[in-house]
Design a binder for this molecule. Structure first.
Ligand code: UDP
Length: 244
């Protein structure tokens, strides 16, 4: 991005999108042989793999909950996924993203059905271009459904933000890095209806009204992504195209 370059010119963003337009999304369920459920997802230049194992017996036993399953979530960024090589292994950022992502699923997964078990979700970011935590959540949701984990609905997520004083949908790298605000949001969607927000983080400064506008835009984006998640699952289940 050049100095003094504007983010929005004639209603179009640097990458040619409108302010309320998502990046191209590709979702494929059931891509890995050894996991119980899996998903490959592209959201713009993000490339993500999600693998789900379980519900399965949780070891060591002292970690077990006698009343419900324990969800574990590991977000990991490959060293080659970003411009400047990322040191392999966990760091503060990945620990934080893993925690908030797990929490985004807590109210949605029906954990009470599987006491003493674990449901393990692994996210591998192969290529990153901003919004990897939300792309990871979208992939995780499809992988959980692919694994047959009972859920009250789907978790669908997108980042909204502020650039050149405009609220925009689905930030890409330059907008995330140099914009005024970045707000990843995850929604719990049941039968096409938004039931609640299960993750909301914010980096930057916006007004109360702008936040309301941002959430409205995120709802629109999430409903579009939800449709693609469902489509991928239908394709996987029946080997046929999704018809609403
Ligand atoms: N990023 C990077 N190196 C890092 C961490 C992040 O280059 O060690 C980039 C990457 O493209 C990522 C973006 O910065 O997608 C924004 O990161 P952020 O922490 O906001 O999380 P995300 O938007 O990916 O959920």
């Amino acid at each position: 991005m050049e100095e003094n370059q504007k983010f929005i010119v004639n209603g179009k963003r640097i990458d040619g999108r409108k302010i309320d337009e998502l990046r191209p999304i590709k979702i494929e369920a059931g891509v890995l042989k050894r996991s119980d459920g899996s998903c490959y997802l592209e959201m713009g230049n993000n490339k993500i793999i999600a693998a789900v194992y379980g519900p399965r017996a949780l070891h060591p036993r002292h970690l077990q909950d006698p009343n419900k399953a324990v969800i574990r979530y590991r977000y990991n960024m490959a060293p080659f996924s970003v411009e400047e090589r990322k040191r392999p292994g966990p760091d503060r950022r990945s620990v934080e993203i893993s925690k908030v992502s797990r929490e985004a699923f807590e109210p949605v997964v029906i954990k009470e059905l599987f006491p003493r078990s674990s449901i393990d979700i692994f996210i591998e970011v192969l290529q990153a271009d901003a919004g990897t935590r939300v792309a990871g959540l979208n992939a995780a949701s499809v992988a959980l459904a692919d694994a047959g984990v009972p859920m009250k609905g789907m978790v669908t997520a997108v980042a909204v933000g502020k650039v050149d004083d405009h609220i925009v949908l689905d930030l890409f790298k330059d907008e995330d890095n140099y914009g005024q605000a970045d707000i990843p949001i995850a929604m719990f969607i049941r039968d096409g209806k938004i039931e609640g927000i299960t993750l909301l983080q914010m980096d930057g400064q916006i007004t109360k009204d702008e936040l309301k506008e941002a959430i409205k835009l995120a709802k629109k984006g999430c409903l579009e992504i939800y449709r693609l998640q469902k489509e991928a699952l239908f394709k996987r289940c029946r080997g046929e195209d999704f018809v609403e």
